[in-house]
Design a protein around this ligand. Sequence first.
Ligand code: FAD
Length: 507
Amino acid sequence: MEAGANVLTKKYVRCIVCGEIMEEGTLICPVCGVGPDKFVPYEPESSRYHKDTKEVYIILGQGIAALSAATAIRERNSTCGILMISEENELPYNRPMLTKGMSKGISEEAIVIHDRQWYEEQNILLLNGKKILAIHPDKKEIQLQDGMAFMYDKCIYALGATSFIPPYKGAQLPEVVAVRSIRDAKKVRELAQKSMNAVVIGGGILGLETAWEIHKIGCKVCVVEMAPRIMPRQIGPETSQKLKDIAQSVGITIITAASVEEISGETHAEAVKLADGTLLSADMVVVSCGIRANTEIAAEAGIAIGRAVLTDANMRTNYNEIYACGDCAEFEGINYALWTEATQMGKVAGANACGELLTYQSDLYPVTFHGMNTTLYAIGDNGGTPEQGIHVVPGDNNSNDSLELYYLDQNAVVGAALLGDTTKASLVEEAVKGKRQFNELFLNKTMKNTKGETKMEKYICNVCGYEYDEAKGEPDNGIAPGTKFADLPADYVCPICGAGKDEFEKA
Ligand SMILES: Cc1cc2nc3c(=O)[nH]c(=O)nc-3n(C[C@H](O)[C@H](O)[C@H](O)COP(=O)(O)OP(=O)(O)OC[C@H]3O[C@@H](n4cnc5c(N)ncnc54)[C@H](O)[C@@H]3O)c2cc1C
């Protein structure tokens, strides 16, 4: 079979929650974990560009950026050599699944993207368990730690990132771990099975996902977040607070605005000491404090780096024959470090290395979280730029365990958060990407909110003293939270005494 041919005959679906593209028949989205009810048919763009050559493409790394690049190359060039090198021993796998299935146990077979036969069919050579030491652009050579060296015509730098572990005293203790690889995820599970108390440092998505998995294994978990609230960069204060409440209600302790001073213990982790002196018992510690792009090899080779490896819109570095993509790459000042962006960057890098001219354009991808018996979907600006006067307006679905919020710039929807019930994800995605007018989408709402806050009023019934709270609405009577008093129907009556609307006065 001609390499690459089967790519074109397959059918694909797109996850409406996170944007991941998968082969039809996939049962669970490898990025966000939702099922086929959230998948819609997807027609991939096929390139007409094709040029068979005898060139050698060496791809550094075997993550999703590397694999997307390899796939894009093979689709455009059936005869070139493609070699992917990684220090990991596994076939390329779905990294986001690491923190989503930890409690059940992570098996390589369950999370690999393609089986070995696929690489054979595509004539893509995998070299595993090999540490890359250097690139010599002058000789167009890749040097491995074990002394092996390979010559390339084009090189794709896709070395990803490494978990950042702040240099706390005690960070080297054997029960301290950060999750980046299958090995790390297995270690967390093993530790959780024999530990009583776990502390997770970092209340971002990965920290919270890991906390939930450890909790499910049966360990007592405390999450320590330095910022005043959890997931501060991805979601607004209302959603943070609700998620924190939900987490605490399932038994996970969350301490915010707290900084870690050290991990105590002589030979084993015993506690996490906070700056205010609080000691949190911990026989295991998961550090989830972000990542650092793997740039050292690039920097040594004279490739320009900023926070990550600098690329132009074609994913090309300052060397003509070297492209960069994924978590190790920076474009227009941003190091995205997201699965779907890494996939897209890899595709652009691979296609352009073959001679096509594709431009990378970042898309607006949502943040998703599954855990604590709830699900979260947030997209766009969630109040991260209050100085721009973003208003927050509640949608229809706000209760003890759910939340639906829209972030508006004037009347245009620029962000949204769904917590507890994410069935409106595709509607919300379309609204945010299209900057749709909120009034058009939700005709029964008015917005007179002030800068950065939800301005809701209360109205008192002059007959019996009942108070109508716009923020709460009257869900039992079918009046959604956030419904302004002025928008209540003309025949609205006080649920206590039956007095008409004109008997109410602003509190
Ligand atoms: C636990 C976890 C959960 C995540 N969940 C989500 C999510 O829900 N949604 C989302 O959008 N993103 C998520 N991400 C981020 C996402 O996984 C990454 O953005 C994506 O995997 C990056 O792919 P990459 O190919 O750029 O890098 P990587 O996947 O990091 O691949 C880099 C490869 O290079 C290899 N390598 C590095 N240095 C060397 C060397 N010197 N020699 C040899 N090989 C080397 C590495 O071993 C690795 O195989 C998650 C990440 C983690 C860790």
